[in-house]
Each structure stands twice: as C-alpha cells, then as structure tokens.
Design a protein around this ligand. Structure first.
Ligand SMILES: Cc1ncc(COP(=O)(O)O)c(C=O)c1O
Length: 453
C-alpha cells in the first residue's frame, strides 16, 4: 500500500530544539539600543522578557533541551504528520515528489503554538502574570491565548485593525481561551494615540501593534511582552517542525531537493528549514525558497540594514531586510505576511545566499490554494498558500525538465477563519495590489534610523 502520511510516535518527538547560531557562516550582527545605538545588554531586555528567553536569544549552544512541561503540551498535537501530496502530484502530472509538513493540526490551527507554549511557560516560571502581544492575521494571538490559558496567565492582544474586522472568528477563539483583544492602533497606549492623531483612519500594521504591546509590557511590572516571530528564540522553538520533518523524510527514504516556506516574520520558514541548513553548508545539493507577497516584498525588494522592529521606534535596532519601519503594507488577505522586516537570522542567510527569496501577488496564490484544496482537501491559510504556489511552480518546472525532484513545503496553517478571503477570490474581487512600492519603499527607507560609526 502506498503511504500518504509519514507519522512519528509521541516517543519519537524531538526532545531538544536546534539553535543555528553556532553554525552560522559568520557571526550575527548584534541588536543595537534604540536610544544609544550601542549593542544591547541582557539587562536592556529584562523589562519585557524573562531571563530564560534572553539567554536563548544569544545562546551559543547548538541543542537546547525542551522542558517537560512544554513537551507535555506539544503532545496534544505533535509530532505533526508529514504528507505525501500524491493527488496534487497527479493533478500537476509532475515527476516531482511533493511533501508537506502539516502544522495546521495544532489547536490554534497553525505553527504558532510551538513558540507560544514555551514563551508562556518561561514567563510563568519567572512569576509573570500577564503577557501582551500583537497579532496580524490573528493566528499568533490565538496561539498565545491558548498557551496563557494552559498556564493560567492573562493575555492582552493588540490585533491589527484591518484583521480585527476581517477575521471576527479569530477574536472569538482568543476570547474562548480567555484573552482580551483590542483593534490596534488603540487609545490605550501613547504609541497608539500618537499614530491615531497622525492618521485616524489607518488600517493598522504589525509594526504599530508591536509598539503598543511593547509599551504595555514596559509600563506594567507584572506584564511581559511576547513576540510571535522575528526574534532568535522564536526561530529556535519552531525548529521542532524541521527536526520532525528530517526524521520523517528519512523514514520515507527521501532527501529533499527544495524546501519551501512562506515568510511573514520568518518563524515557520526558519523552524522548517534551519535544521537542514548545516547539510547545505556542508555541500548538500539543497535549495531553500522563502516566499512573500508582492504587496510586502521585504526580502526581494527591501534593504539589508539596521531598522526598528516596530513603527514607534521602541524596539532594539535589528540588522535585517526592511522596507522601512514606517512602511504600511496594503490590506491584503495574507495578514500574517504584512511586516516591514524579517527575522535577522533568516535575513542574514538570504544575504549570504544560503536561502533564496521570491514574491507572488494574491490571485495566483489563491489559485494554487484552490488547486491544493481540490486535490489534498485541506483549505490552507492565505499565508501558507504562498508556499503552495512556489511548490506548484517548482513541480511544474520539474515537469518541463522531466526531473523527479523531492519538493517539501511547510503547511503553516489552515484557512478555516479566512473564508471571507476565499469568497472574495471566488467572486473575482481580490485585487492584486498595484501599489507604487518604489515610491512607498523609498519614502519609508528615507526614515531609517541613523547608525553610529
Ligand atoms: C498560517 C501562518 N503562516 C505564516 C505566517 C507568517 O509568520 P511567520 O513568517 O513568522 O511564520 C503566519 C502569521 O501570522 C500565519 O498565521
């Protein structure tokens, strides 16, 4: 019998996360203090993060043990299945073998709980009562609400205004798991009030919501901040995805030729691909493809430089590809991919040409999502559909060149709360945003912070 799913037992779940920092081809540029421009110290971060996560952020250790309390919660849905997309292969008439790692099976419907759970755990251990965060599409807010619920902590979510209105049911999930949710920018924070004063009609952005959540955490002693992507410790926690995938591909007797993931801040992509990066650095013939929307083309059209992680300039300066922290992407339906920057570890590897990047407009992405839903049955999140589009394109190239490559992508989440976007697509109402990005990007890049030296 041909197998469709490659499964690991609970006992086979990895017990350690993989930290790529010691394996980077060159040292990672430090985060800089937003006020002084000097490299930040652990103390600078202590106002909003627990010690354990600050240590993980800069750890030189290659393997970091996963606490038992976290493993026990992971076991509710992990190890997640690796699927062979036989029906999609047949529809494409490709000689390629296509696999996908199914992170949509988590209770929140995406990969995000892989880091939400350890973040809540480490904060709880250090006596924190409440976590504040931002959310774009709502996936991260749901994941953190879920994790706080498991550890009996409060959770405050600043949800990008356009998504707050586009995705009311994600709000319901967060409410069921006990979180408070606000459409950002709000008048609850100084950052929110000054953004609203400048632009009362703004649709919001991840950068704005981050400013609000960071301010909330920094101004309350019992509250810390939790970030769903970008930072090193988030990439670390997500490596459980790639580590499981590696074991599953070995069970299937496969070694991958192309690994693909969508990129918002970079966490599902990094978690999926980083465990394979040492193989490439040692000479394996392996490609990594990071996929983003043309409406927010950070890796493909951004500049590699220091910038703030948020709109108000409260976060440390991060060396990354950026469209400028004041760039406000259009309200496309892949809300989780609307971020002006990306994870510094991912950006560094793109800069060093270990990872390649490409961008697609919404309509062809939704077209690929429809094909996937018709063949494999799963309705993917619009973010995830970017990875599917790239996998389909790679498989089509294999058909033209008659190459039986092994293509593997990360199915980062399902789209059950994105059905309004699917309706818009089916009714032909989705716009491929014809922004004038050159003008917008140029304007935002003109506001980049000046760096010493
Ligand atoms: C399903 C899904 N995939 C991908 C992303 C993008 O985030 P990241 O690049 O951190 O994985 C999001 C963000 O909300 C998401 O919800």
């Amino acid at each position: 019998m041909e197998s469709y799913r490659i499964l690991l037992s609970e006992a086979e779940m990895p017990q350690e996360w993989y930290n790529i920092i010691p394996d980077l081809p060159s040292p990672m540029p430090p985060y800089l203090h937003p006020a002084t421009g000097d490299p930040i110290t652990p103390d600078d971060l202590a106002a909003i993060f627990p010690r354990a996560l600050i240590e993980q952020e800069v750890s030189p250790e290659r393997w970091i043990p996963i606490p038992d309390e976290v493993l026990r919660i992971y076991q509710l849905w992990r190890p997640s299945p690796l699927h062979r997309a036989r029906n999609l292969e047949a529809a494409l008439k490709t000689p390629a073998r296509i696999y996908y790692k199914n992170e949509s099976v988590s209770p929140a419907g995406s990969h995000k709980p892989n880091t939400a759970v350890p973040q809540a755990y480490y904060n709880k251990v250090e006596g924190i009562k409440r976590l504040a965060t931002e959310t774009g599409a709502g996936q991260w807010g749901c994941a953190l609400a879920l994790a706080c619920n498991f550890f009996s902590m409060e959770c405050t979510v600043y949800m990008v205004k356009v998504s707050y209105h586009q995705k009311p049911y994600r709000r319901s999930l967060m409410h069921i798991w006990g979180a408070s949710v606000y459409p950002s920018p709000t008048d609850r924070t100084q950052a929110g009030r000054s953004i609203l004063a400048r632009d009362p009609e703004t649709s919001g952005s991840l950068g704005m919501a981050i400013s609000e959540a960071v301010e909330d955490a920094a101004t309350h002693d019992d509250t810390n901040y939790a970030l769903g992507s970008v930072l090193n410790h988030v990439m670390l926690h997500q490596t459980i995805v790639g580590l499981e995938t590696k074991k599953q591909l070995a069970l299937a007797g496969e070694s991958p030729d192309v690994l693909i993931g969508c990129v918002g801040g970079g966490s599902n992509f990094a978690g999926f691909c980083f465990p394979f990066v040492p193989d490439k650095l040692k000479g394996a013939d392996l490609r990594f493809v990071a996929v983003e929307p043309t409406a927010c083309p950070t890796l493909t059209r951004g500049t590699y430089t220091y910038d703030f992680g948020d709109t108000a300039g409260l976060t440390p300066l991060i060396m990354m590809y950026t469209l400028g922290h004041s760039f406000v992407p259009s309200g496309i339906h892949a809300g989780g991919l609307r971020y002006h920057g990306d994870a510094p570890l991912l950006c560094q590897l793109v800069h060093e040409k270990v990872i390649e990047a490409r961008a697609y407009p919404q309509n062809p992405v939704f077209e690929a999502a429809r094909l996937f839903a018709e063949t494999e049955g799963i309705i993917p999140a619009p973010e995830t559909a970017h990875a599917i589009k790239a996998a389909v394109d790679e498989a089509r190239v294999c058909k033209e060149t008659n190459q039986a490559k092994c293509i593997v992508f990360n199915l980062s989440g399902h789209g059950h709360f994105d059905l309004a976007a699917y309706d818009a697509f089916l009714e032909g109402q989705l716009k491929d945003i014809e922004l004038d990005p050159d003008e917008m990007i140029k304007k935002a890049l003109a506001e980049l912070p000046k760096i010493k030296g």
